[in-house]
Design a protein around this ligand. Structure first.
Ligand code: FE2
Ligand code: FE2
Length: 280
């Protein structure tokens, strides 16, 4: 008997790696977020098996026509003392969350069968990154919902592809990807988000501030997943996690890390200062 319910249209779509690639191949922002959540539900319902083989995803996921992608220096500066500035800030966050959906599903599609994972760990690895991808889709919807309340939408401002490009520098290395995507880029989010929340509260926009609070709390879990899997891969390779992390970041993220660090949130994600404090 055919199953019904919200996931019925994907019920025969195939294995989890094919489904993860289908998220990457979806260009429309809302459709990508919806598909991410549907694929997560299928996995959790046991309806998306892990295959023996997978196809490496394309280096560039499908993208909508808007936002227009420009050089980082050409993204307009945000001044939070005006409503337009707050909308621009929320748009930048929406763009990060949009990229984060693809980053989570690329992590899964590219690396779930990687030799760097122990065979018995693959299901737990998918559990974690499906959870991250589902969160990112929800974050994207949360912020675009807030943008809509403010009369704006995702695509209204130019954006840049720095996040995706930085992650793709590690396309051939699970350890490198874990070091750069969750443990450098997402950890950076933990450093800067409390300041954004404070500035939004000061500007009187407590609704937007609450959206960012939700995201901030959940992003600690994403960095924690990165730290957990980085240690797993380091142990399998017989590498010291701290020294290896530093070597990988120097190799794949040569611009260095930007202080000040949110040491408390990083520690809650099991990322102590010895990992990152010398990488400035
Ligand atoms: Fe997020
Ligand atoms: Fe995240």
């Amino acid at each position: 008997m055919r199953s019904s319910g919200p996931c019925a249209n994907l019920a025969d779509a195939g294995d989890i790696l094919t489904l993860a690639r289908s998220v990457l191949a979806t260009a429309s922002p809302d459709a990508k977020a919806d598909r991410a959540r549907e694929v997560a539900a299928l996995w959790r319902a046991g309806r998306a098996p892990l295959p023996m083989q997978g196809v490496i995803p394309a280096d560039h996921p499908a993208r909508p026509d808007r936002p227009r992608l420009v050089a980082p220096a050409d993204v307009p500066r945000r001044r939070l003392n005006s409503p337009a500035g707050r909308v621009a800030l929320l748009h930048a966050v929406a763009h990060i969350e949009f990229n984060a959906i693809d980053l989570a599903f690329d992590m899964l599609a590219r690396y779930a069968l990687d030799d760097a994972l122990a065979d018995e760990a693959r299901t737990a690895f998918i559990d974690d990154w499906i959870g991250v991808g589902d969160d990112e889709a929800r974050h994207f919807r949360l912020i675009t919902g807030r943008l809509a309340e403010l009369g704006a939408g995702y695509g209204d401002f130019p954006a840049h592809s720095g996040l995706w490009d930085a992650a793709m520098a590690t396309r051939d290395s699970l350890a490198g990807r874990l070091a750069v995507a969750p443990l450098v880029l997402e950890a950076r989010g933990l450093d800067v988000t409390p300041g954004m929340i404070n500035r939004l509260v000061s500007a009187g926009d407590t609704v937007s501030a609450d959206c960012l609070r939700t995201i901030y709390t959940e992003e600690i879990g994403h960095v924690a997943a990165g730290a957990r899997w980085f240690r797993h891969v380091a142990a399998r390779a017989g590498e010291d996690p701290v020294t290896w992390f530093q070597a990988l970041v120097r190799k794949h993220f040569s611009s260095g890390l930007k202080p000040p660090f949110n040491a408390e949130a990083r520690l809650r994600a099991d990322l102590p200062p010895e990992f990152y404090e010398t990488l400035i």
